[in-house]
Design a protein around this ligand. Structure first.
Ligand code: UTP
Length: 300
């Protein structure tokens, strides 16, 4: 049995270059899927997993994230005074409360990579394994982190990463697990290969943005020289710990959307809009009108 996961880390200090110019003034993590910012989905997921402390690794230029995440009593009071009590109540329920919740904001002043962002959380993390959630990997359905935390509690120790089956062609876009065995939803691995050529991919089990990591990840990150692109890569540190600790993938039950890309964001938006009565009506009308001109190639 492993120690409980008490800390969730949200790295949110990246540049969001793939969404420029939208992300020039608005952090990528606040881009909405219909009416809910990406970061909110990740917070809800971590809450369901029962973590005690949430650490946001942000950047001074992204202060809007803190404004969204934390409770805004003044806004709620204004809404209540105007009779919009249901909206005020909904905001209260989703926001983190400075008194009741254990929340830390810490800064990564330069975007030196995901691994570096996780290392920035070190002094604030509670003892034991940590969870890392990348908000631009949106996972809908049952809380992926809650599923992983349950599975991790049964595991002996080591690192666990969320895993998803992809086509052979898509392996080039992900970290791919080198699989040694399977046990239900748990995929045992002895390493992972970053973005392999499809013909060299060791499996079709792709790693996506949820991690439960042994606390020694911080030492491995601190002792690690910069990797690809001069950044401190989280996957390099996980790989370094694999031989010592073991590595498992977890096949989560939900649906994952790559909301770091325009296509993934659009897919998520369409799927959620189809579930929302107000939007579904519009969507149906637009699609059945036959008036959308699709352009699938960039050629004029
Ligand atoms: P991404 O690589 O998807 O985000 O990192 P990015 O770098 O902001 O986006 P692009 O590639 O330029 O479009 C996944 C998560 O890790 C955070 C990001 O904010 C995002 O939530 N991150 C990334 C950091 O906090 N610090 C970094 O140095 C890099």
């Amino acid at each position: 049995m492993s120690a409980p996961v008490r800390t969730a880390i949200f790295p949110v200090a990246g540049l969001g270059t793939r969404f420029l110019p939208a992300t020039k003034a608005t952090p990528k993590e606040l881009l909405p899927v219909v009416d809910t910012p990406l970061i909110q989905f990740a917070i809800n997921e971590a809450r369901e997993a029962g973590v005690e402390r949430m650490i946001f690794v942000s950047h001074p230029s992204k202060a809007a994230i803190e404004r969204h995440v934390m409770d805004d009593a003044d806004l709620r009071a204004t809404l209540t005074a105007r009779g919009k009590t249901d909206i005020a109540q909904a905001l209260h329920e989703t926001a983190l409360c400075p008194v009741g919740d254990d929340v830390v904001f810490t800064m990564q002043h330069e975007p030196l990579g995901l691994g570096h962002a996780v290392l920035c959380a070190r002094e604030h993390a509670l003892p034991g394994p940590i969870a890392v959630l990348l908000p631009d990997d949106l996972i809908l359905g049952k809380s992926c982190l809650a599923e992983m935390v349950d599975a991790y509690a049964q595991a002996p120790q080591g690192h666990m990463v969320a895993a998803m089956h992809v086509s052979q062609e898509e392996t080039r876009k992900y970290g791919i697990l080198s699989v040694t065995g399977r046990d239900g939803r748990v995929v045992h691995a002895d390493g992972m290969v970053e973005k392999p050529k499809p013909q060299n991919a060791p499996s079709r089990e792709a790693v996506v943005g949820r991690y439960v990591l042994d606390g020694s990840i911080f030492d491995d990150l601190a002792n690690q020289p910069p990797g690809a692109g001069g950044e401190i890569q989280l996957t390099d540190a996980i790989s370094r710990g694999t031989e010592r600790l073991g590595l498992a993938g977890f096949r989560f039950s939900g649906t994952r959307y790559d909301c770091g890309s325009k296509g993934g964001m659009l897919r998520a938006t369409l799927d959620l809009a189809a579930q929302d009565p107000e939007c579904a009506e519009v969507l149906e009308e637009v699609l059945s009108s036959g008036k959308i001109a699709f352009r699938t190639s960039s050629a004029a």
